[in-house]
Design a protein around this ligand. Structure first.
Ligand code: AMP
Length: 285
């Protein structure tokens, strides 16, 4: 059975719907997205369907989190097929706020993101997490859900959101859902649709090098520099030269780790052609 979810674009209407349901005792879940939905997003919807009575999906391509040279203009906007995909789940409303309601003329207040926003993505996408933290806080105001679902695919983002929610006493609970991958291991991403068939093959290097890292750690390797060298060799072999970072870091602070004595996170950001892809994996000694 499929039911097209109702679209809400008015901020007040969104807020009232959430409060009305909560007053009747419902537990409300929200999944913030930028649309161009894939099965990874839908796994967050499923998680909300399992844990909550009411599920809201927000779709907003947030200009504040894109740099001036980034893909805001060409970011895929596929509302019709997004609604079709969501119709297969129990989605009570899809919130598509308008740019002018989120950032009206004179808008000038931004969230200064927590320290964990500084390394890695923070260095390569200045202002990105400021935009993310700001829009997520605004979405929590408009859609004060009991639970909000985020994907582990954007590992640093999950740390930024968790810390912000704690620091700014946002009452919503944050749940992190594992990364959904294609059969061959490529992490699902809205940006995968930019890849040509040869680039799609090259893109597999991200997950393959993470698998290699996991195997090295499982085999007893404890020196990050040897693991990072092996990962870089995979990228070189695949002809991927535009690497923002390949890192092994503390899973909570994201400080670089030299010797692996407890679980760490391996983080990658690289460009395949023009397309910037990220991936990560926990490595447990
Ligand atoms: P986006 O639309 O890219 O901003 O993503 C919206 C949410 O979906 C974020 O919390 C992402 O981390 C999550 N997400 C994106 N890709 C995946 C994936 N492959 N598996 C699980 N969650 C994902």
């Amino acid at each position: 059975m499929t039911t097209t979810p109702s679209l809400i674009d008015r901020p007040e209407a969104m807020f009232q719907l959430v409060r009305a349901r909560q007053q009747r005792g419902a537990r409300v879940g929200v999944i913030p997205t930028m649309g161009a939905l894939h099965e990874g997003h839908l796994s967050l919807v499923e998680a909300s369907n399992r844990a909550c009575d009411v599920t809201i999906v927000t779709i907003f391509v947030n200009p504040a989190q894109f740099g001036p040279q980034e893909d805001f203009q060409k970011y895929p906007r596929t509302l019709e097929s997004d609604l079709e995909a969501l119709a297969k789940f129990k989605v009570d409303a899809v919130f598509t706020p308008r740019n002018e309601d989120m950032y009206p003329p004179g808008y000038s207040t931004y969230v200064d993101p927590p320290r964990v926003a500084q390394p890695w993505e923070g260095e390569h996408r200045p202002g990105h997490f400021r935009g993310v933290a700001t829009v997520v806080l605004k979405l929590f105001q408009l859609c004060p859900a009991d639970v909000a679902f985020f994907g582990a695919k954007d590992y640093q983002q999950t740390l930024v959101v968790r810390r912000m929610v704690e620091d700014l006493t946002v009452p919503s609970r944050i749940e992190i859902i594992p990364t959904l991958r294609e059969a061959d291991g490529l992490a699902m991403s809205s940006r995968n649709r930019y890849l040509t068939p040869p680039q799609r093959k090259q893109a597999l290097t991200l997950s393959r090098s993470l698998e290699l890292a996991a195997q090295m750690v499982a085999g007893g390797e404890r020196a990050s520099h040897r693991i990072l060298a092996a990962m870089h060799a995979e990228f070189a072999a695949a002809g991927i030269t535009d690497i923002d970072y390949v890192a092994i870091a503390d899973p909570d602070t994201l400080a670089a780790i030299d010797e692996i004595r407890s679980p760490v996170v391996a983080l990658i950001a690289a460009r395949v052609g023009e397309t910037r892809l990220i991936d990560n994996r926990l490595l447990t000694p």
